[in-house]
Every structure is written in structure tokens, then in C-alpha cells.
Ligand binder design. Structure first.
Ligand code: NOJ
Ligand code: MG
Length: 542
């Protein structure tokens, strides 16, 4: 393969979170060091050398705070502590030091929309109607006939209102009833959460991924959500998608909150604010905020939610590029702990094509742990399901457990994840599909990721260069990345059949520097380029 390390890797005017690569760790499943079958911070520390050699720049940890674990850590009972399952604050400090010692960054998950129902704030709030923290949550009377305050549903199924016998009111929970929503219209709540952010920023973390950012403020009048027009379900099912959450999410005032968080983050040097937001592109980009004073990176989940079809994907890339505000920095994601893994959605061969897309599009990529070895969703027998989303709606097959299984490190017992039976089972083939085996195999997914990341890091055109669409049809997506005199053409065949790349009236000539099939590496191409089924090509243009 052509050696491509000839120039400074990064254009210096860009920040680390613009040219860098983020890697999401689901802490329960990365590495167990203390032998209880659940991943922990010491386990993560022991795998930092691996992450460094993979070439990623930043680790985002899903929540490690004290929590009753009703939603596996997204129900927090203390925002300034570490759950003993994961270790101690000393372990956290060591992790931060070790991450930084390797020149990497560390992001924490912040869950400001709701707390655990065991958080002292909620315990106080529910203790009486005149408690000082009553208004920290969203309490409401039922309608005069005794029915619920409105028709809002919980994302996890059922009504979003829970009756509190003692104080005779309902409280609102967008997720589990064990996750009451905070009232972000209350300035004391705002202050309390900003204090939490300050606590971690003062420790030296490099930023936050903010959970369900678009949920944080709800309609003041608590009006009913309208039914969704084309629901495939019967409206009596109490399934979230039956209604359009126009009043329970994405309210105009949320942008004031995001701006507040951003101002705080901006008091520190080069920290980043990422927002988890599932919205259509034109709403999503409003989260960059006025004058780009909102989230640095509103997560872009197009590649996670759209059908894997070339016309849709090509259009979405351009719609996104076109909708970005000036100086709004793009980002891309293939998977996370809430959605089926990319290899399970599109298959292993296409997962390579997807990797080539993720790591050559313009914008910050986030890799979900295990993607780099082509981990697939693991089939979890019904009686082993632990995810509340799966347990609450068993008929819908929406458990998130399959995408949260332990990292497959080696052929050792429990794939080297733990000496103990893991909290979620491994796939039957983990003896074959693991990091250790793939490191030895030059054709493995891991070897492909490593090469690709290496090239991306060494080429400003790929990490910060401009993007221009070139050609798309029923099978192909293609685009050019450019910086200075360097130009790269990326051609991705999203179908299984061979295809022809023939953009009208244009001719591209160059050398393949990486293909999903290595045999093509080094070949010259030009004119009509043939592309194999499930093939992706990275071409340096001459
Ligand atoms: C989004 C998180 O990613 C998901 O895992 C969690 O269940 C909900 N927010 C509720 O916090
Ligand atoms: Mg453990």
C-alpha cells in the first residue's frame, strides 16, 4: 500500500473534536477487571493502550454515576459520584490521567433531563406539596374527572404520568417511572445542573455528551400531542410513536438551556458539548444555536436511522451539508447503545463500506465499541432480557441488550471480558470473532479500521477537508474530499451487485489507496470505474 504520511496530519486551525475520532464505551460491557461479570473503570484503564493503537482521539463513557440501574445508569441518584460497580472516584481520576497521558480526551455522559426516583432531589420533591424542591420536577393534578393531565406517552411504553398516592398528584417521566423529568423552567434546577457540569469540568474532563437534549423543556400548557397520521399500530397500544411529540419535546425554550450549558463549557479551554438529538435534519441543526452558541456537535444519526439505500443516504448527506449553519461542524454516527449494531442492520460486508463512509465523510466520527471488529447484535433468549425497553414491550423486539454485549477481546474464557459469567451473554462465535484473532489477520475488520483510521489521521483532506458530492445512483454514493492540493475520491457501493461509476461529463483519475478488498490497493483507475458488490474505494486523485 502507498505510504501516505508525508505532511502534517491536521490543519492547525481546527480543534481536536473537529479532526479527531470519538469512541463510545458502554462501561458495563468493555472490560471487567474485578471479576463480577460487569465492566468497570479499571477494566477501561487496562484497555487504553488498545484504544490508542486503534488511533482514536477521544473516549465517551456512558454513565458511571451512582444509580439504582433501572435504566442501566441513565437513572442517576448522585451526579458527582461513581457507582461502586464501576469503581471509585480514585479509579476515575486515574482513568482521566491515563487517558490524558496517551494524548486522548475523555467525555462523560450527562443526563440532565431526568434523575433517578431515588435521587435525594426527587425524594424531597415527592415528600410533600410544599417541599422546597416540589417544583424541581413536573407535578400536575389530574383532569377534573380524575384522568391523566394529558396524553403524553413514555418512550418506554405506557403513559408518561405516574400517580403519587401520598401527595395526590401525577409526575411526568418521558422514560421509566423511575426516571422523573426535572423541571428545567426552574432556575434552581438549572443552577444545580450547571454546578454538576462545573464539578466535572474542574476535574479536567474534556466535555459532555448530553442525554436527550431535545426533551429538556416541555410545553408550558402541557397540551395533548397529536396522533401520528400513519401509525401502523392501533392507537390503543400506548406505543410512543402513535403520537407526534410536538409538545413534549423540541420546545423553543430548550435553546436557552443549551446556550447556558455552552457558556459554561466555554469558560474552559477546548471542551466540547455534544447533544443526543433524534430529529429531522432541519430541526437538528437548530441545536447549533444562534451564532453557533449551542451544542458544538448535535449528534447526527442519519446513518443510524435511514434505510441503507444509496439514493436515501446520498440525499441525506447533501441535505445535511446543505442545512449546516455557517461554521457548524458536522458529525456522523453508525451505532450506539440504543440501536441495533451496523453489522446487524446492513451485514458484515456492508459494514466495511459503512466504516469507509463514516471515516471519510466530512465531520467528526463516533465509533461505537465493537464496530471495529464487526461485532453483531447477539441473540438474547427471552428469559435473559434485562433492558427495560425490551421488557416493557416484549412483542415489539426492541430490547437494546443485543447491541450492549461484552466486548470480544480474545479466545479466552468469556472472550477475555471477564473471569466471571458476564451480565449479558456473548455470541457463540466469540472464540473466532475477537480483537486478538483480528489483530493477526490482515484482512480482518479490525485491520481495515486501523488502516483506515491511520490514513484519515494523516490526511487533512480526509479529516478537515471540504466535501463535494460527485455522483449517486441506485447503488453508488461518491464524493470528493479536498484540502490544498490533495484530493480524494470516495466511491461506495451500497448494493451487493457490481456497479459502474460514470459521472456525466467528468473524469477522475487516481490511485486506489484503500479498498474494502485490499487486492485493489495500488491500482490506477480512471474513466468508467468498476466497483464490486459491497465494495468501497478510497482513491487519491492525480
Ligand atoms: C438516551 C439514552 O441513550 C438511553 O440509553 C436512555 O435509556 C434514555 N436516554 C433515557 O435516559
Ligand atoms: Mg467489574
Amino acid at each position: 500500500m502507498e505510504q501516505v504520511i508525508a505532511q502534517p496530519a491536521v490543519a492547525s486551525e481546527y480543534l481536536w473534536w473537529q479532526h479527531g475520532i470519538i469512541y463510545q464505551i458502554y462501561p458495563r460491557s468493555f472490560q471487567d477487571a474485578d471479576g463480577d461479570g460487569i465492566g468497570d473503570l479499571k477494566g477501561v484503564i487496562s484497555r487504553l493502550d488498545y484504544l490508542q493503537s486503534l488511533g482514536i482521539d477521544c473516549v465517551w463513557l456512558s454513565p458511571v454515576y451512582p444509580s439504582p440501574m433501572a435504566d442501566f445508569g441513565y437513572d442517576i441518584s448522585d451526579y458527582e459520584g461513581i457507582h461502586p460497580i464501576f469503581g471509585t472516584m480514585e479509579d476515575f481520576d486515574e482513568l482521566l490521567t491515563e487517558v490524558h497521558a496517551r494524548g486522548m480526551k475523555l467525555l462523560l455522559d450527562l443526563v440532565p433531563n431526568h434523575t433517578s426516583d431515588q435521587h435525594p432531589w426527587f425524594l424531597e420533591s415527592r415528600s410533600s406539596r410544599d417541599n422546597a424542591k416540589r417544583d424541581w420536577y413536573i407535578w400536575h393534578d389530574g383532569k377534573p374527572d380524575g384522568s391523566l393531565p394529558n396524553n403524553w406517552l413514555s418512550v418506554f411504553g405506557g403513559h408518561a404520568w405516574e400517580w403519587d398516592e401520598k401527595t395526590g398528584q401525577y409526575y411526568y417521566h418521558a422514560f421509566l417511572k423511575e426516571q422523573p423529568d426535572l423541571n428545567w423552567r426552574n432556575p434552581e434546577v438549572q443552577q444545580a445542573m450547571l454546578d454538576v457540569m462545573r464539578f466535572w469540568l474542574d476535574k479536567g474532563i474534556d466535555g459532555f455528551r448530553v442525554d436527550v437534549m431535545w426533551h429538556m423543556i416541555k410545553d408550558k400548557q402541557l397540551r395533548d400531542n397529536p396522533p401520528a397520521p400513519e401509525s401502523p399500530y392501533n392507537a390503543g397500544d400506548l406505543i410512543y410513536d402513535h403520537y407526534i411529540p410536538v409538545y413534549s419535546t423540541d420546545q423553543p425554550e430548550v435553546h436557552d438551556i443549551v446556550r447556558m450549558m455552552r457558556s459554561l463549557v466555554d469558560e474552559y479551554n477546548e471542551r466540547v458539548l455534544i447533544g443526543e438529538i433524534y430529529l429531522p435534519i432541519h430541526k437538528l441543526v437548530t441545536y447549533y444555536g444562534q451564532d453557533n452558541k449551542g451544542a458544538h456537535l448535535p449528534f447526527n444519526f442519519q446513518l443510524l436511522t435511514l434505510p441503507w439505500e444509496a439514493p436515501q443516504i446520498a440525499a441525506a448527506i447533501d441535505e445535511y451539508e446543505g442545512a449546516l449553519p455557517e461554521n457548524g461542524w458536522p458529525n456522523w454516527v453508525l451505532g450506539n447503545h440504543d440501536k441495533p449494531r451496523i453489522a446487524s442492520r446492513v451485514g458484515l460486508a456492508q459494514a466495511r463500506v459503512a466504516a469507509l463512509m463514516l471515516l471519510t465523510l466530512r465531520g467528526t466520527p463516533t465509533i461505537y465499541y465493537g464496530e471495529e471488529i464487526g461485532m453483531r447484535d447477539v441473540a438474547i433468549p427471552m428469559n435473559e432480557v434485562v433492558d427495560p425497553q425490551g421488557l416493557n414491550m416484549p412483542e415489539l423486539n426492541v430490547s437494546r441488550d443485543p447491541a450492549r454485549t461484552p466486548m470480544q477481546w480474545s479466545g479466552e474464557i468469556n472472550a477475555g471480558f471477564s473471569a466471571h459469567k458476564p451480565w449479558l451473554r456473548l455470541p457463540y462465535n466469540s472464540g473466532r470473532v475477537n480483537v486478538e484473532a483480528q489483530l493477526k489477520d490482515p484482512y480482518s475488520m479490525l485491520s481495515f479500521y486501523k488502516k483506515l483510521i491511520g490514513i484519515r489521521k494523516s490526511q487533512p483532506a480526509l479529516n478537515v477537508g471540504s466535501y463535494q458530492p460527485v455522483f449517486a445512483d441506485q447503488q453508488l454514493v461518491s464524493y470528493v474530499r479536498e484540502y490544498g492540493n490533495d484530493r480524494f475520491l470516495i466511491i461506495l457501493n451500497l448494493s451487493h451487485r457490481p456497479a459502474y461509476f460514470r459521472p456525466k461529463g467528468r473524469n477522475f483519475e487516481g490511485t486506489i489507496i484503500l479498498g474494502t478488498e485490499y487486492e485493489r490497493t495500488g491500482m490506477q483507475v480512471g474513466d468508467i470505474i468498476t466497483v464490486g458488490g459491497d465494495e468501497g474505494l478510497l482513491i487519491r486523485l492525480t
